[in-house]
Design a protein around this ligand. Structure first.
Ligand code: ASP
Length: 589
C-alpha cells in the first residue's frame, strides 16, 4: 500500500494514528536537530518531521531529499507546537518512522509554487511541472467540476450527449479549417470541425430532440490571448423550440453553474437588442458592470465652426464620473495618445473637464462656449467633477473606438470588478453583414441561421437593400464584456436555405456540393429547431474573473499555435508524405 491517507486529509482527530503518506517533496528545512519536510500531493501539504536524536540515520536520509523527490513516509500523527492556521493540515505533523524514496527528481527548472520564478515559455515547455502548482491544478479541477455540473443540468433537462465526427469535410464557417490528408483517398482532405453545427442539425432531423456535447472545435485563426486553435464548446441543439425557450434553458444552465460552483444566485438576465448594444456601448458584447453609456451629440455640436465635428457622421461622448480632480493634463494627454494608437485608430480625443470649482476646461474652447458645453453636460447627465470624452467620425468606426475607450476608462477607474458578474442576452442580430471591400454579404452568425419569421418573405422577394435590414433569430450570451455563447433558430426549409446560400455568394452547384447533405435532409421532415454553443474555456476563465483561457487548458498552445512541450507541429518524413500523396514545396530553412 502506497498510502493510507492523502496529504490533505489528516486532522487533530487522527493524533496517535500510524499513517502512510506518499507525495512530492515541496520544501525542506533543516534546523540542525530537526528536519521538516512539506510533502505535497493534489489534496494538500502535510508536514513530516525527522528528529536527529530519535533516529539520526533517518534524519540524515531526509536531509538528502531534493525538491520534487517522490517519497513514501510511514509515521505517527502528532499535534504541532507551531500550528499553521493557513493550512487544512496545519494542526498536525507526522513523526516519521520510516522513509522510502520512490523516485528521485532533477532540480525543477522553476519553483513549484504560486509565485513561481518560471517565465511563460519555460512553464509551457515543462507544462507537466507547471501543472503541479496548486493554482494551476485547481483551474483544471475547476474545469472538471464545470463539465460535471453542465452534464448534470443538461441530462436533467432531457439532453442527450452524442459524439459527432472529428474528420469531416471542409466548409466555410467564418474561420480557416485545419485539414487532414487522407491516405486512402489520394489528393483528398478531411477538415477538423470548426463546430459540430451541421451534425447537430441532422440529429434534430433524426428526432433526438435535445442534443449536447462538450466538444473540441478547431479554427485556424491568428491567435490572441483568449483564442486557441483547438478549444472546447458546450454545444447544444433543440427541436420544436422558440428563441425564448432556448434562452430560458441556457439562462437556467448558466444560473445553475454559478450557483453550484460559485454559490452565486444570478438574477434574471436582461435582454438588449443588437442596435442598442452598438449605439450605447459600441460593442455587441457590452460590459454592463458599469454605466458610462454613449450619448450622441450631433444635434448640439454642429455649425459652430469646428470642422472636425461638422464633417463627422457621428459625434458621440461618454461621461467619466468624478475624475476631474484626479486627472491631470498629463493623464489626459496620455489617454489621447492611447486612443490614437493604431489598435484603436482614433484621430484625436476631445474632452471637456467640468472642474469642481465650476470652471470648464476643454480642448475645443475656441469653438464652444461654456454655455455650449453645459448643454452637452446636461444631455450626458454630467455634473461638476466629471470629464466628458468625445470622439467623432464615421459612425460605426467611432462607436467601436469609443467602446474601447469606455472599457479602458472602466478598467482604469476600477469599475470592472472581477467578482461582479453581469450577464445579459444580446438579441436581434442582423442576418447578413455587407462587406464593402469584397462587395458581398457575410452571415453575421452562420449560414444556417434563420431570419425572423416576419422577415422571411422580405428575404425571399426583397431587393439588395432589403437584405441589409433583415433581422435574425440570433442571440449571444455576454458576461462582463465577454461573449460566452451564441446561437440561433435555424433554417429548416430547403428553399430558404438555398436562398441564403445564394445571398452569401454560393452558386447552386457550390451549395449543393458543400451542403447538399443538409438541404437534402431538410426534405425528409426536418423539425423547426435551434441551438447555442458556449465557449467552455472562456466560461471557466470568466467564472474565475480571469482573461486568459490558457490557464484553464491543461496543455495549451502558444501564440504561434505551437505546443512547445511536445514540439508540434513538426515535420513528417518522406515515407509518410508519399503515403499521403503529398509533396512539399518548402525548402529547408
Ligand atoms: N455553431 C455555432 C458556433 O460555433 C453555435 C450555434 O449556432 O449553435 O458559434
Amino acid at each position: 500500500m502506497y498510502r493510507s491517507h492523502d496529504c490533505g486529509a489528516l486532522r487533530m482527530e487522527h493524533i496517535g494514528r500510524e499513517v502512510t503518506l506518499s507525495g512530492w517533496v515541496d520544501t525542506s528545512r533543516d534546523l540542525g536537530g530537526t528536519t521538516f519536510i512539506d510533502l505535497r500531493d493534489r489534496y494538500g501539504i502535510t508536514q513530516l518531521v525527522f528528529d536527529m536524536e530519535a533516529n539520526a540515520e533517518l534524519c540524515e536520509q531526509a536531509r538528502k531529499l531534493g525538491r520534487e523527490y517522490v517519497v513514501q513516509a510511514i509515521g505517527v500523527v502528532r499535534e504541532r507546537y507551531n500550528k499553521n492556521p493557513n493550512r487544512a493540515t496545519g494542526d498536525i505533523e507526522i513523526d516519521v518512522r520510516s522513509l522510502q524514496v520512490l523516485n528521485a527528481s532533477k532540480t525543477p527548472p522553476f519553483t513549484i509554487e504560486e509565485d513561481t520564478d518560471g517565465g511563460e515559455d519555460l512553464r509551457m515547455k515543462y507544462r507537466y511541472l507547471d501543472l503541479r502548482r496548486e493554482n494551476v491544478q485547481s483551474n483544471i479541477i475547476f474545469r472538471h467540476r464545470l463539465g460535471l455540473e453542465t452534464r448534470k443540468y443538461l441530462s436533467d433537462h432531457a439532453f442527450i450527449e452524442v459524439e459527432t465526427p472529428v474528420l469531416i469535410k471542409s466548409t466555410p464557417e467564418g474561420a480557416r479549417d485545419f485539414v487532414v490528408p487522407s491516405r486512402m483517398n489520394p489528393g483528398q482532405f478531411y477538415a477538423l470541425p470548426q463546430s459540430p453545427q451541421t451534425f447537430k442539425q441532422l440529429l434534430m432531423v433524426s428526432g433526438f430532440d435535445r442534443y449536447f456535447q462538450i466538444v473540441k472545435c478547431f479554427r485556424d485563426e491568428d491567435l490572441r490571448a483568449d483564442r486557441q486553435p483547438e478549444f472546447t464548446q458546450i454545444d447544444c441543439e433543440m427541436s420544436f423550440v422558440t428563441q425564448d425557450e432556448i434562452l430560458a434553458t441556457f439562462e437556467g444552465l448558466t444560473k445553475h453553474l454559478f450557483k453550484s460552483i460559485k454559490g452565486i444566485d444570478l438574477p434574471d438576465f436582461p435582454r438588449m437588442n443588437y442596435d442598442e448594444a452598438m449605439s450605447k456601448y459600441g460593442s455587441d458584447k457590452p460590459d454592463t458592470r458599469f454605466d458610462m453609456t454613449f450619448v450622441e451629440l450631433n444635434d448640439l455640436v454642429k455649425d459652430k465652426g469646428f470642422n472636425v465635428f461638422d464633417q463627422a457622421e457621428l459625434v458621440v461622448g461618454i461621461c467619466a464620473k468624478g475624475i476631474a480632480d484626479a486627472y491631470s493634463n498629463k493623464d489626459l494627454k496620455a489617454l489621447t495618445e492611447w486612443v490614437q494608437r493604431p489598435q484603436i485608430g482614433a484621430k484625436g480625443l476631445v474632452y471637456a473637464k467640468l472642474n469642481t470649482d465650476g470652471s470648464i476646461k476643454s480642448t475645443v474652447g475656441k469653438f464652444y462656449t461654456d454655455e455650449d458645453i453645459r448643454q452637452w453636460a446636461e444631455l450626458m447627465n454630467a455634473e461638476d467633477g466629471d470629464i466628458l470624452f468625445i470622439l467623432s467620425g464615421e459612425a460605426e468606426k467611432t462607436r467601436k473606438q469609443l467602446g474601447e475607450l469606455r472599457l479602458e476608462l472602466g478598467s482604469r477607474l476600477g469599475l470592472r470588478k472581477a467578482d461582479d458578474f453581469k450577464p445579459l442576452w444580446v438579441v436581434d442580430f442582423p442576418l447578413l453583414e455587407w462587406d464593402e471591400d469584397t462587395e458581398r454579404f457575410y452571415a453575421m452568425h452562420h449560414p444556417f441561421t434563420s431570419p425572423k419569421k416576419a422577415d422571411i418573405s422580405r428575404m425571399l422577394d426583397g431587393d439588395h437593400e432589403t437584405m441589409k435590414s433583415l433581422r435574425a433569430d440570433a442571440y449571444d450570451l455576454v458576461i462582463n464584456g465577454v461573449e460566452i455563447g451564441g446561437g440561433s433558430i435555424r433554417i429548416h426549409d430547403r428553399a430558404l436555405q438555398a436562398k441564403n446560400f445564394k445571398l452569401l455568394g454560393f452558386t447552386p452547384e457550390e451549395a449543393e456540393e458543400q451542403f447538399g447533405f443538409l438541404m437534402g435532409a431538410f426534405e425528409y421532415g426536418a423539425p423547426p429547431h435551434g441551438g447555442i454553443a458556449f465557449g467552455f474555456d472562456r466560461l471557466c476563465a470568466v467564472l474565475n474573473g480571469q482573461n486568459s483561457i490558457r490557464d484553464f487548458i491543461a496543455f495549451p498552445k502558444n501564440n504561434m499555435g505551437r505546443d512547445v512541450m511536445i514540439d508540434a507541429p513538426g515535420r513528417i518524413d518522406d515515407v509518410q508524405l508519399s503515403e499521403l500523396s503529398l509533396r512539399l514545396d518548402i525548402k529547408d530553412q
